[in-house]
Design a protein around this ligand. Structure first.
Ligand code: SF4
Length: 456
């Protein structure tokens, strides 16, 4: 039996898909990249933007054609799904053909063997009552890479930012026991992994649920393990690897987290801190619980403690009611903070969120204009920073190749292009930066002689 898996969205969804693969492969299913030869198609869906949901609707048409050819083909939809979409995708369409055979809560994937054994619609009704606890995070994933791994430390969110569906699709925050996280990472490092991503919707609010483990490991203080403590524990694991994490919420990004990052070691000097807007009224409407001044102060502290740290952000342009004057405050924040990278999104309403009740009154034309304004500033600040790296040395973890062109990330999470005749995929290589563009650097591998010189 073969399965084909299609994954949309963020690193958490990729990590979830790796768990689905692990369960299916334990059932002797084999993964196929060819959808036409699959006996089972699994889609791990993302609901953060309507465009991702629309892509699943697009796939439904293709799946229907495949089902017409192979009536035994089974289809499963899981991942981040809104209640409303769950209903839509399980409703009979056309000639009583359902869009998907099963629409499963991601927390129920442990029950896949049972679900796949069901053969009639009566059994399907049980799906509404499955809901197992979040121990699905402790399923050992079938990692899609041999050198970097996503390790969820928590899932869900309690913050209810006005535009975001995550608290509705993934529900409330649940942290994973530190003991399980550390044991997974130790095993990855033993197997040669070089980059560990600690994942969560809001990693800064991580709290080890297992208090006895917390008391035992937290140097006898008896306090539960929080995110800074967890970072230190991961940093203490023996081995040559990098630690990265995502996502952080500025309101929870406090001095304790900054001090933990400043330890350095395996914790890389890169941070994604989503600001979303630079205007206090818009931030309040977004339910973000910090001001533009708070954000800038945190960045100042961070840069003082970790000079040269690379910072990226997420921004939403055209939030309902965002005036031109309010947008100007975001522009000013952008100019002042000088980000290394920014992920700029045009606002689009998501069903069920607080913002969806507000009038989406900024035209698409104006949203595009605002996106362009910020992109231009970003290009300048990123180029300015990248130019300073030319002539400097960097360690790069190579994660992609196209022929003899290899691509990787340095500790500051900058993309670096390198030419090599040898296969260097998955290797940490030492390079000299030769050229800078806003979003990519070029480098050449330093000869072994230079490496030896560097060590002395
Ligand atoms: S912190 Fe806000 S944006 Fe992030 S997942 Fe939670 S609700 Fe969504």
């Amino acid at each position: 039996m073969k399965y084909h898996i299609i994954t949309f969205g963020c690193q958490m969804n990729i990590s979830d898909a790796e768990r689905v693969s692990a369960i299916l492969e334990s059932m002797k299913y084999k993964k196929t990249p060819n959808v036409n030869e699959a006996d089972l198609i699994v889609i791990t869906m993302c609901s953060v933007r309507q465009s991702a949901v629309d892509r699943v609707h697009g796939l439904v048409q293709k799946i229907k054609k495949l089902k017409a050819k192979s009536p035994n083909l089974k289809t499963i939809l899981t991942g981040c799904i809104l209640k409303k979409d769950k209903k839509i995708f399980t409703m009979p369409t056309g000639r009583q053909v359902k869009d998907f055979d099963y629409v499963i809560d991601i927390r129920d994937i442990k029950k896949l063997p049972k679900i796949l054994a069901w053969s009639n619609s009566h059994d399907r009704r049980e799906l509404t009552t499955l809901k197992s606890p979040n121990d699905y995070l402790n399923i050992t994933p079938k990692y899609s890479s041999k050198f970097y791994a996503n390790v969820p430390i928590m899932t869900g969110c309690n913050n209810f930012c006005a535009y975001c569906v995550v608290p509705y699709t993934r529900e409330r925050e649940i942290s994973r026991p530190a003991e399980k996280i550390i044991s997974e990472i130790k095993s990855l490092i033993k197997n040669g992994y070089k980059e560990i991503w600690l994942l969560g919707q809001n990693v800064n609010s991580y709290k080890d649920p297992s208090t006895s483990f917390g008391a035992a490991q937290d140097k006898g203080s008896g306090q539960a393990i929080n995110f800074p403590t967890l970072l230190k524990m991961v940093n203490d694991i023996q081995g040559n690897f990098w630690i990265r994490f995502t996502s952080s919420h500025p309101k929870d990004f406090n001095d304790e987290v900054i001090n933990a990052l400043a330890i350095g070691g395996k914790i890389t000097p890169y941070l994604n801190l989503p600001v979303q807007a630079g205007d206090d009224k818009v931030l309040k409407d977004m339910n973000r619980h910090y001001t533009s001044k708070d954000y800038k102060n945190k960045i100042k502290k961070l840069r003082k403690k970790i000079p040269g740290i690379a910072i990226s952000t997420d921004i939403i342009v055209g939030f309902p009611g965002e005036t031109k004057k309010q947008f100007k405050n975001t522009v000013e924040l952008f100019r002042e903070v000088k980000f290394d990278m920014a992920y700029i999104n045009k606002y689009s309403a998501r069903d069920g969120t607080a913002a969806s009740k507000l009038k989406d009154n900024i035209s698409i034309f104006e949203k595009k204009r605002r996106e362009k304004v910020l992109t231009e500033i970003l290009k300048q600040t990123a180029l300015e920073k990248n130019k300073k790296l030319v002539g400097k040395k960097a360690i790069v973890l190579i994660n992609e190749n196209r022929g003899k062109n290899y691509f990787g990330k340095n500790e500051h999470y900058k993309t670096i292009k390198i030419k090599s005749d040898k296969n260097i995929l998955g290797k940490l290589v030492k390079v000299k930066i030769t050229e800078a563009q806003p979003f990519i650097l070029s480098g050449s591998i330093l000869p072994a002689r230079s490496e030896a010189e560097d060590k002395t």
